[in-house]
Design a protein around this ligand. Structure first.
Ligand code: F6R
Length: 604
């Protein structure tokens, strides 16, 4: 949450590039935004509550200029989204400006000490202590670099922080438990909370480590580690296309990303399986990798947690004991240490604080992360990394990352099964062949969907329920999450059997129920549950493949998906539910890509 960008160059004005970076980072937080530009002698700051466009408008009439600057887009933690609480924050003289992502845990104590020493504060934020700490170290005679290091040494908590200091053609930055990457350009250098922040200017990136402090000048950057020792952080070239981070002609990133799922899935699966030979080739996980593993714990939050639940079903079908945990709960009370436990963290961003907490708390033999982001924090925390290769996801609502997570996890489940049980699962060739067909099946769903019509038919309902079994339960929860987060309507997911144990009391003719059929065992029981809903007047929309039982007139509508292996029907059903949520939100005029109160990357 919160996005940081910095541009350090010569000559050209930094403001346009900072605004471009902030626009690319806006998905991380969009309560308020600001920039500070170093103009050779002083620091000019502009900041506004609201989105990047509000800041852009403010700059159009009266903006600072300079070749070195920092920018920030905020998701509030300390204090409401006001002009005063927007970043950058400055010291007493306005000579030092700082942007920050994370939480300073000891800010209260620091603020009291600084106030007693005569520093004046103007915001409710924890961040504001940092420029005052730098100011006080400068006043004691420290050089800018030493003053920045002294400030960083006094703060506790999670931070990615960047500062400009009047008269210095440099940006000083540090990271601890919050992401920060350096972009190495030809005529300018960059810092960003993630690569898309500066991808249109350079594809050369260096990932910083926790504890790193970096000084970036127009000519390059130098890094010192937590002990103050000079260290090298290697620069690599990322292969993301800057076009991938644009809307590509779609009204919303979410719709673009839903449509990108065939390509994303193709990337997740390609080169990793040979259905004819029944082979799996997971980079870095050759046969035998998981010998000795006796149980799998899957830890994740939100949509990634639903992918974890889905994977739990896939592993169970393959006779591998597995359990999905909400990462925040796992972190609080991790299961006792036992030989043979593999913890798999699942995270699109690789930066989710709750999931990092779970990995740190885990008492496991091995940890691995299944993530979309190369070089993200979880890739450093875990023993191994498996990339889902979905490509950049900008819409706050996760879509293509879920499909790619499930596809990747399904391959991983089969790999683990072979190592743990000693043989492929009985229908593994059929599964691998269906996995190769998955991109095409998703394309057929996206092209032929009646989701808009269904969304339009139920615009005035009181609540929206989603039910399913096994992987279909994970999809029901995900369908409800997507629907509530972008429509702001009450939506809830249940196991199909759970309804009659309580939630059925909520069912009326004003509560449409989306029922996910897996195309396998359990569907007959789900049909029984659907009949119980209809008997109470509840409208039912089935999301079902041709392998589902004959639904006859037991349901009001059907959103069909192609018949495929039962392990993968849920991915197709989920695409239908993504599209229903999208159209329902669009009809209501919601802020689809940036729903209220949310941010994409939950790093606090
Ligand atoms: C919902 C959504 C969130 C994330 C969750 C975990 O659409 O995007 O629920 O899934 O915050 O994020 P990652 O996967 O980055 O760990």
């Amino acid at each position: 949450m919160c996005g940081i960008v910095a541009r350090i160059g010569e000559g050209d004005d930094a403001v346009d590039e900072l605004l471009a970076g902030l626009t690319n980072l806006e998905y991380r937080g969009y309560d308020s935004a600001g920039i500070a530009v170093q103009n050779g002698c002083g620091v000019g700051v502009r900041k506004r509550a609201g989105g990047i466009d509000d800041l852009r408008n403010a700059l159009a009439t009266d903006g600072p200029s300079g070749s070195v600057g920092i920018g920030h887009t905020r998701w509030s933690t300390h204090g409401p989204p006001t002009d005063a609480n927007a970043h950058p924050h400055t010291d007493c003289d306005g000579d030092v400006a700082v942007v920050h992502n994370g939480i300073i845990e000891n800010y209260d104590e620091l603020r009291r000490t600084l106030s007693k020493a005569g520093h004046a504060f103007e915001s409710d934020t924890d961040t504001e202590v940092i420029p005052h700490l730098i100011e006080s170290a400068l006043a004691d005679g420290a050089s800018p670099a030493a003053a920045f290091r002294a400030a960083v040494d006094r703060i506790e908590g999670s931070y990615a922080v960047a500062a400009v200091i009047g008269g210095r053609e440099a940006v000083y930055a540090a990271r601890n438990d919050s992401p920060l990457v350096v972009g190495e350009g030809e005529s300018a250098q960059y810092l960003g909370s993630d690569v898309p922040a500066f991808l249109e200017f350079t594809e050369r990136v260096a990932y910083l480590e926790d504890g790193d402090v970096v000084r970036v000048t127009p000519g390059g950057f130098t890094v010192t580690d937590a002990d103050g020792e000079r260290v090298q952080r290697t620069t690599e070239t990322v292969d993301w296309d800057p076009q991938d981070t644009g809307k590509g002609g779609y009204d919303h990133y979410m719709l673009k990303e839903i449509n990108e799922q065939p390509t994303a899935l193709g990337r997740s699966v390609s080169g990793r399986t040979d259905p004819d030979a029944g082979a799996i080739d997971l980079d870095g996980f050759p046969p035998g990798t998981f010998e000795g593993i006796e149980r799998v714990h899957l830890v994740a939050m939100g949509t990634s947690y639903h992918a974890a639940m889905y994977a739990e079903s896939l592993l169970a079908r393959r006779d591998v004991p597995a359990r999905a945990f909400m990462a925040s709960e796992y972190a609080m009370s991790p299961p006792p240490e036992e030989d043979g436990t593999l913890v798999i963290a699942i995270s699109q961003s690789g930066e989710t604080a709750d999931t990092i907490g779970a990995v740190r708390a885990a008492r496991a033999e091995r940890t691995m992360v299944v993530t979309n982001v190369v070089g993200s924090s979880l890739t450093r925390e875990c023993d191994d990394t498996l990339l889902v290769r979905a490509g950049p996801e900008i819409g706050v609502a996760a879509t293509k990352s879920f499909s790619s997570q499930v596809a990747t996890l399904s391959l991983l489940a089969e790999r683990i099964r072979r190592d743990v049980v000693g043989s492929p699962s009985p229908d593994s060739r059929a599964f691998l062949s269906a996995l190769s067909d998955l991109p095409d099946h998703v394309r057929r769903v996206v092209e032929g969907t009646a989701a808009e019509e269904v969304a339009d038919a139920f615009t005035d309902s009181e609540a929206y329920f989603f039910i399913g079994r096994g992987p279909g339960h994970a999809v029901a929860l995900e369908g409800a999450l997507k629907f509530k987060e972008i429509t702001y309507e009450h939506a809830e997911g249940f196991t199909a059997a759970e309804l009659k144990h309580g939630p059925l009391a909520l069912v009326t003719e004003d509560t449409p129920v989306f029922a996910v059929f897996n195309g396998s065992e359990g569907d007959t029981e789900t049909l029984g549950n659907v009949k119980e809903i209809r008997a109470r007047g509840g409208p039912v929309i089935a999301v079902a493949s041709g392998d589902a039982p004959d639904l006859g007139d037991a349901v009001d509508r059907v959103l069909p998906v192609p018949a495929t292996h039962p392990d993968l029907v849920g991915v197709l059903a989920n695409v239908q539910l993504q599209l229903v949520a999208y159209h329902a939100a669009k009809r209501r005029g919601r802020s689809i890509d940036k729903p209220r109160n949310l941010a994409k990357s939950v790093t606090v």
